[in-house]
Ligand binder design. Structure first.
Ligand SMILES: *[C@@H]1O[C@H](CO)[C@@H](O)[C@H](O)[C@H]1NC(C)=O
Length: 504
């Protein structure tokens, strides 16, 4: 299921509700729109292929949200809207009933809260969140104050040969599925498969492999354990960076407890396989249930909260972090910590740049004052002559990171280019990198971010991890990256040979 499926379901159902609105005199505009667009609304959403992209025009989207608004002001309750959404989802055969029910019940209350309490127009909601061709496709811009006094750019070259090299293992998007069933259907009518509950293999239906499957499936626990144990043996790291997304993709069946179990289980294995190594984590968009939902403090007063997640990961990360860092984790899911002398690691909660975190429609201006804190932290590191590594889940500059957030991040990277010596992201499941340029001429590269491959499979990725060699652990260490090596296994062969082999 694509993350915005819940919203699509709401859109469809509210679009269809225009059908009901037609019977009342209050919405002449709705009636007119319905006449023109009802066929289109039905056509685009009818499930010829569950995973086919659906297209929706801005006008259709706005008419659907307009109808929803009217329905709510006419007295519709949360339960009315949820029931309607679930029924339509089932009637239209968009997803199996448990998916319709689970997703709507999980996300319905907050989606409706945000919808009813946002100051943004329906046009912006449709244009920003769904990427539709509306008049407004961005949230309001904002800025963060960045101190002047930038030193002359200095990108130090390590002494060659370097007196010592430290190794950083980068793991990302592990997505362990504790309910994975070997031999179950790898292709099924649910958005994610490889569980007995979602279908059994048979003629024409491929079976889930022992180590995992290149399909809409995540990896079983023993594959995660094997990956961690081999990564430890092959790379013997001095530091481990884990850039988020530990729970699986069964987003309709999740709740706070299921996600915390996946996170705890993974952390336990990490402790076991890297007993004396500092481990630095970040929060991915899949840490939350419902997926992508990171509440902004502006909504805390109405009873919404993130403490279920922030407090729990603070307890788990206490293994590697001091109380001073845990305070920030509990406050906003981010922190800074110096695991070795000379290097400061800043772990960002990138979920406030996520373009499908609907809470940004309540407040998008640096919601937890994280970027303000980021600037202060970099300023302190600059003053102390420390090198900084940044870890985060969602890469900036791509379509998943909100435009202004990304832009402010660029400005900060440019200001502190001499202090920042490494940026590490995940989220895409692929192995790539991106370059940041100076913001005067956009011609001089000032930083690089490394986006590391996923531990989980999905349809096209073999389980993988990456190790970086950095200039570290001596008096004049620059902590710049000297080399990077990605290891991956061939699942097809592993499932035949009964062993996973990680190769370069
Ligand atoms: C994995 O192994 C299979 C069987 O040997 C081979 O056909 C396939 O090309 C390999 N895939 C990769 C990505 O190396």
């Amino acid at each position: 299921m694509t993350p915005s499926t819940i919203c699509r379901i709401l859109l469809i159902t509210t679009g269809l509700w225009l059908n009901l609105a037609v019977a009342t005199p209050v919405v002449p505009l709705g009636r007119e729109l319905l006449a023109v667009h009802r066929e289109t609304i039905l056509r685009v959403f009818l499930p010829r292929d569950l995973r086919a992209a659906v297209s929706l025009s801005c006008l259709e989207c706005r008419s659907a949200l307009g109808a929803l608004s009217l329905w709510i002001s006419a007295g519709a309750t949360l339960e009315d809207v949820e029931n309607f959404a679930i029924n339509e989802c089932i009637t239209l055969n968009l997803f199996p009933g448990d998916v319709c029910f689970g997703m709507v019940k999980l996300a319905g209350p907050e989606v409706l809260y945000v919808f009813s309490n946002s100051d943004y127009s329906h046009d912006t909601m449709c244009g920003w969140m769904f990427g539709l061709d509306c008049v407004h496709t961005e949230l309001d811009p904002w800025t963060v104050e960045i101190p002047g006094g930038k030193p002359e750019p200095n990108h130090p070259e390590p002494v060659q040969p370097t007196p010592s090299v430290k190794k950083i293992l980068h793991l990302s998007d592990l997505h362990v599925d504790l309910l994975y069933d070997e031999g179950s259907a790898a292709v099924c009518d649910h958005p994610y498969c490889c569980r007995n509950a979602f279908g059994t293999a048979g003629p024409g239906v491929p079976a889930a492999g022992h180590w995992g499957t290149l399909a809409y499936c995540d990896i079983p626990l023993h594959t995660l354990e094997d990956l961690l144990s081999q990564a430890a043996e092959i790379t013997t790291p001095d530091l481990v960076y884990i850039t988020g997304d530990l729970p699986p993709h069964d987003v309709w069946a999740q709740n706070h407890a299921t996600n915390l179990i996946a996170i705890e289980t993974t952390m336990e294995l990490v402790r076991k396989h890297f007993p004396d190594v500092p481990v630095l984590n970040t929060l991915g968009n899949h840490a939350s249930a419902p997926v992508n939902s990171f509440v902004v403090p502006a909504a805390y007063g109405d009873g919404w909260s993130m403490s279920w997640l922030y407090d729990s990961v603070a307890d788990l990360w206490a293994e590697w972090l001091p109380e001073s860092a845990l305070v920030d984790v509990r406050r906003g899911g981010f922190y800074q910590y110096s695991p070795v002398s000379g290097l400061r690691v800043i772990s960002l909660n990138m979920n406030f740049c996520n373009t499908i975190n609907w809470w940004l429609l309540i407040r998008n201006e640096d919601p937890v004052e994280q970027l303000k804190w980021f600037v202060e932290t970099l300023g302190n590191a600059e003053a102390a002559g420390e090198a900084v590594h940044i870890i985060g889940h969602i890469p900036t500059g791509g379509g998943d990171c909100e435009h202004t957030w990304s832009h402010v991040f660029n400005q900060i990277v440019y200001r502190y280019e001499s202090t920042i010596r490494g940026i590490f992201f995940g989220h895409t499941h692929g192995d790539s990198w991106s370059v940041y340029y100076d913001m005067d001429t956009y011609t001089r590269p000032v930083a690089v971010s490394f986006i590391s491959p996923s531990g989980t499979t999905g349809t096209s990725h073999h389980p993988a991890f990456k190790v970086f060699e950095v200039d570290g652990g001596h008096e004049d260490a620059t902590w710049v990256i000297l080399d990077a090596t990605a290891y991956s296994t061939n699942l097809t062969e592993a499932n035949m040979e009964e062993a996973l082999q990680y190769i370069l």
